[in-house]
Design a protein around this ligand. Structure first.
Ligand code: CA
Length: 378
């Protein structure tokens, strides 16, 4: 499977023993492994249960959880076998946090903003309105100190988190009327959870909480005027385009939402070191697969939606400028009310302030100057 040339490269690198401790420190893993070695590989095997927040077989995210279980089983030679449960099959969707924390089951799959009610700071490891995109978020977590803060926060509740995918920039949502000025958001009833919903409220809108299964009917019956969901692939399967005419971009409220896998900390700490490494490596493979899958599917389904007559609109800059000011106020309120959020958001912002200049001068310019097709460029 691995090309011989690459295998040789890694074998040569491992022989130096210089890079590895640095890498492990970067991932926040070095400290807790001192007593474990791979001198004699334990043949002990483990049967785990993973509960997810996703409906059974949910495209990309549910599939990613199943893919992870398969990868870990193969990579560990069958020493870890994980049975994956969709939302409601073992515990309710949001019940997996407590089920894993208490040790009732070993592993969960979700997004850290689902636990904001229990740990407000957790949502900073998912997404922040007008915050970092997928590439920047991954960089902060793996190389910018995010993992250390995330592990520290989750250790307090008995969990170990791993990056488990990213949606990329989400879409701004489906609207039954055009949004031309900030006043068009006043009185607007929109399904928008989390920090984005708080920003919408500040702009005079009403954030309505509806679960995935309730959105279509809510939109159809006028309980809501608008909804956000994820991106073209998932939105298409939900059929929102049958009801709402205008599809807005970009998803300022979720510019790159990170997903997570989490393991009970006692269970993780008791694993032999090779299995701990396999677990992390497989989570990161699935992280990359999920982001890649979102990008590939969303680009295909956006074209499909456009072919079916959906009107794609861009939020006016004036609207985004006002929302950005409200987002700053929402983040100020969060950090003023919670010490952990204050500390973690300082790291997030510091990294974002640094990397956004780099991104703008490279990726940003590349996209604006060189990424357009010849037809679009005209
Ligand atoms: Ca969303």
């Amino acid at each position: 499977m691995t090309k011989p040339s690459r295998r040789r490269f890694f074998a040569a690198g491992a022989g130096t023993l210089i890079g590895l401790p640095l890498l492990m420190r970067g991932l926040g893993l070095g400290a807790q492994k001192s007593t474990r070695t791979t001198d004699s590989i334990s043949q002990e095997s483990y049967e785990w249960k993973m509960a997810t927040t996703w409906p059974p077989g949910f495209p990309v995210l549910g599939e990613g959880a199943s893919y992870l279980a398969e990868l870990i089983e193969h990579a560990s030679g069958g020493r870890i076998r994980i049975k994956v449960y969709g939302a409601g099959e073992l515990v309710p969707a949001l019940g997996c946090f407590d089920a894993v924390r208490t040790g009732a089951i070993e592993m969960g799959s979700g997004a850290s903003y689902y636990w904001a009610g229990k740990m407000p700071a957790s949502q900073l490891f998912a997404t922040v309105p007008f915050g970092m995109n997928a590439q920047q978020m991954t960089s902060w977590i793996i190389s910018g100190g995010g993992y250390e803060l995330w592990r520290e926060l989750y250790a307090e509740v008995g969990l170990v988190p791993f990056l488990g995918g990213n949606t990329g920039v989400q879409m701004g949502g489906w609207f039954t009327k055009e949004i031309n000025t900030i006043d068009d958001l006043k009185g607007l009833k929109m399904r928008m959870p989390g920090l984005g919903g708080k920003v919408l409220q500040k702009a005079g809108g009403t954030a309505v909480l509806l679960s995935g299964g309730e959105i279509y009917t809510g939109l159809e019956r006028g309980i809501i005027d608008a909804t956000e969901w994820i991106g073209p692939y998932h939105d298409y399967t939900m059929g929102f385009h049958e009801i709402a005419k205008y599809y807005y971009t970009p998803g300022w409220h979720e510019p790159g939402t990170a997903m997570e896998f989490f393991v009970n900390k006692e269970v993780y700490d008791a694993l032999p070191m090779d299995l701990q490494s396999i677990l992390e490596a497989c989570c990161h493979q699935v992280h990359m697969w999920i982001l890649s899958e979102f990008e590939a599917q969303n680009s295909h389904y956006l074209n499909l939606l456009l072919q079916e007559g959906v009107e794609l609109r861009q939020f006016p800059e004036e609207v985004l400028d006002v929302l950005r000011v409200h987002a700053t106020a929402v983040m100020d309120e969060l950090t003023a009310s919670d010490e952990a959020s204050d500390r973690i958001y300082a790291s997030y912002q510091d990294f974002h302030n640094r990397i956004r200049g780099w991104s703008r001068k490279t990726e940003g310019l590349y996209h604006s100057l060189l990424q357009e097709s010849p037809e679009q460029a005209g």
